[in-house]
Design a protein. Structure first.
Length: 715
């Protein structure tokens, strides 16, 4: 275990004691206009800008506000963003933005997730590192020029807080709630002279299982250290190391429909696990003990130098990852061990922020090696050694925004991507009733592939007034091809997108209304699904490309209204439709090659509710002592949608609404605060994934009602 990890976890462990012991110097709240909406600075285009001056549909989520609401993971943090859907699985979670997403088993998802500029491809890493956040940026629509491959649906950026020069201070936070939820976080910022600063973060997240069999629990420890060296006014060096460890029972699922029982979160015990097709008890039954363990060490570095006319930035990320699980998922019992080595490098040159022409050029390299994964599927008697599994990506890119007149600007961007991949799966046999490997894996076929692709962006933006901007853009994106778990090759997926948007401030900067309409056209859309091949009872997960054109179109509205100094209303509304191209897929085939075909042509894509709406209201009550109490309520509505690609019994989620709220006391100067929160107030169960397992249908559902207290302080 690394020294930073030990120091960070120790810091988190003593956080509660520090809170009880008191707080030193006070910090005052930044001054704000009494009744205006503040500007939010983002870095969505790899340079500082405000949301209202960036021609992208963006939602920014404040990290401090998330902490007050009791949110402990990325999934629940972005679930309320317009047109965002979540799909949990036994290894992690996948995002759908404006209907674009995938189940993720193919290893490449069309919504990219970045932490501090480093791409996170592993589904298991989504949400890990959720501590000391500055903000989350949710970018909707293809981001292929700046962010590259696997950003067809959009991009989610997690930005953690950097060290601050010349300032000693920090914060502590303790949270306790139902399901024995315990979250501790400690942060210390230490100045070292005039040019150096160190930031140490420790966090511990725990809660019991949300399901009756103990699954859907949490057990995560995190330690992070960042060192900032401002060597000269021009030269800035930021180095970081982060260690995450998870030791839990892991994700789980329930039998559908959830309406068949009083408690939707009642889940099957491990005693009924059997082999297929023999239907003998699994070797560890009864009493199979599920587990989910993860260790990840990430090293990050960023060096920038300001030449005056432009700033050069070099970004590097090295990740060493190990995940193991044993899970009874969808009626199966399997144990899997996965090591990953990943390296990312990017160099770019950005124009001076004050220049009339804004531009960026750069080069990107990504390498990942997943070789050595071993999976034991005791239900079906399969043992798989993923002997070769590596991919690499190289890209060069550039984008420029040029003023045409005082209020009219044009944008053009290009990116060329070159990908290569290799995969070989060696298959053996494991005895489901004894747990022993009875046949060592035989050599599989080495599959290789490579391709190059040019993606681009063209846009124009016009200032309609001092606080209003209209933009239109056409962009393309790329989702990587590869090899599916059966050894079959699938080709890249490409998207061509059109978007028309407007961003406005009205009523003396008190009302913000942003709107966009979009149309997506897909070629080679990648479908991920299970097939029963060769008359067998063992399903195979395959990925194939859909012939013809798959389409998604819709419109969205997002806004905020500062009704008074103490009243804030925020809202969003999204309408969307979708239609598959010529999607005719085999779902089962006999040994003679006769297949049952499921025709998806013209159907809606999964996880695309026609209507999504959110509404939030926040009221601040000033107190005589200079403190205040803030009350907030949030609601979300989604119309009915199909959860899975294939339509089967109980795979459709009916329309639903979720409600959450919080009440927070802020001491004078915001030196400390105490808040109470409740999420999913009505305890509504929502299906996030559905799988058939013989006559049974298993589903992954959302979190039940959670509530608790959050105590935080600054020093």
């Amino acid at each position: 275990m690394t020294i930073p990890f030990r120091a960070g976890v120790a810091l988190a462990a003593i956080a509660q004691a520090i809170v009880c012991g008191g707080v030193a110097a006070a910090q005052t709240r930044p001054s704000e206009s009494a009744s205006q909406i503040e500007d939010v600075i983002i870095t969505a285009e790899r340079r500082p800008s405000t949301i209202q001056r960036t021609p992208i549909a963006i939602t920014a989520i404040d990290g401090d506000e998330l902490a007050k609401s009791g949110t402990t993971d990325l999934i629940n943090a972005v679930d309320r963003a317009p047109a965002v859907q979540i799909q949990k699985s036994n290894v992690g979670s996948a995002f759908y933005i404006r209907g674009v997403g995938s189940r993720g088993q193919s290893g490449e998802t069309p919504v990219s997730v970045f932490q501090d500029g480093i791409y996170q491809q592993q589904a298991e890493m989504v949400g890990v590192g959720f501590a000391d956040l500055d903000r989350i940026e949710v970018l909707r629509g293809p981001q292929g020029t700046i962010y590259g491959r696997n950003s067809n649906g959009g991009t989610i950026n997690l930005i953690t807080k950097d060290p601050e020069l010349g300032k000693f201070g920090g914060s502590i936070m303790a949270q306790y709630g139902n399901f024995d939820t315990l979250r501790l976080q400690g942060v210390v910022n230490v100045p070292i002279g005039d040019t150096l600063a160190l930031r140490i973060v420790g966090a511990r997240n725990r809660h019991d299982g949300y399901l009756s069999n103990g699954l859907n629990d949490q057990g995560e420890d995190l330690g992070r250290v960042k060192l900032l060296w401002q060597a000269t006014p021009e030269l800035r060096v930021l180095l970081g190391v982060e260690r995450t460890e998870i030791d839990a029972d892991g994700p789980g699922n329930v039998l559908l429909p959830v309406t068949a029982r009083d408690d939707p979160w009642t889940a099957p015990a491990y005693t009924g696990l059997t082999t297929i097709p023999g239907f003998q008890p699994i070797y560890c039954a009864p009493g199979c003990q599920a587990f989910f363990k993860l260790k990840n060490t990430a090293y990050r570095g960023e060096v920038s130098y300001d030449f005056g006319f432009a700033t050069a930035t070099f970004l590097a990320g090295i990740q060493r990852f190990q995940r193991s699980y044993g899970q009874p998922f969808s009626g199966l019992w399997e144990i899997d061990d996965l090591p990953v080595e990943q390296e990312t490098f990017e160099v770019r040159l950005n124009s001076d922020p004050a220049a009339s022409v804004q531009w960026v050029i750069g080069a990107y390299a990504f390498d990942q090696d997943r070789a050595g994964e071993k999976k034991y599927n005791y239900t079906f008697g399969q043992y798989t050694d993923y002997a070769v599994a590596n991919s690499r990506s190289r890209a060069v890119f550039g984008q420029a925004t040029v003023p045409l007149t005082d209020g009219l600007r044009a944008t053009a961007g290009l990116r060329y991507t070159r990908d290569q991949f290799q995969r070989r799966d060696d298959l053996g046999v494991v005895n489901g009733t004894t747990g022993l490997v009875t046949a060592q894996p035989t050599l599989g076929t080495l599959q290789t592939g490579s391709y190059g692709k040019l993606t681009y962006k063209l846009g124009i933006e016009a200032d309609l007034g001092e606080r209003s901007m209209l933009y239109a853009q056409h962009s393309t994106g790329l989702r990587s091809g590869g090899v599916d778990p059966t050894g079959g090759l699938y080709q890249p997926e490409t998207i061509s997108a059109f978007e028309l948007g407007v961003k406005n401030r009205f009523l003396d900067n008190r009302l913000q209304v942003n709107a966009a309409a979009y149309y997506y056209s897909y070629e080679g859309y990648q479908l991920s699904y299970y097939v029963y091949a060769n008359g067998g009872s063992v399903p195979s997960f395959v990925v194939s490309n859909v012939p013809g054109t798959t389409k998604i179109w819709g419109a969205e509205l997002e806004g905020r209204f500062r009704a008074s100094r103490n009243d804030l209303i925020d809202f969003s509304l999204n309408w969307q439709k979708s239609r598959f191209g010529d999607a005719q897929i085999p779902t089962s085939c006999t040994s003679a090659g006769v297949c049952t075909i499921t025709d998806l042509s013209g159907r809606s894509l999964p996880r695309t509710p026609e209507w999504t709406a959110t509404l939030g209201y926040e009221r601040r009550f000033g107190l005589a002592n200079g403190g205040d109490v803030t009350a907030r309520a949030d609601g979300q509505y989604k119309s009915a949608y199909n959860v899975d690609l294939l339509t089967f019994a109980n795979s459709r989620q009916s329309a639903y609404a979720l409600v959450s709220g919080r009440l927070t006391y802020n001491a004078p100067g915001e030196t400390w605060s105490l808040g109470a929160y409740v999420n999913n107030l009505t305890n509504r169960a929502v299906i996030q994934q559905a799988n058939t397992a013989g006559p049974a249908v298993y589903g992954v559902i959302n979190d039940p009602r959670t509530y608790g207290l959050v105590l935080s302080a600054r020093f």
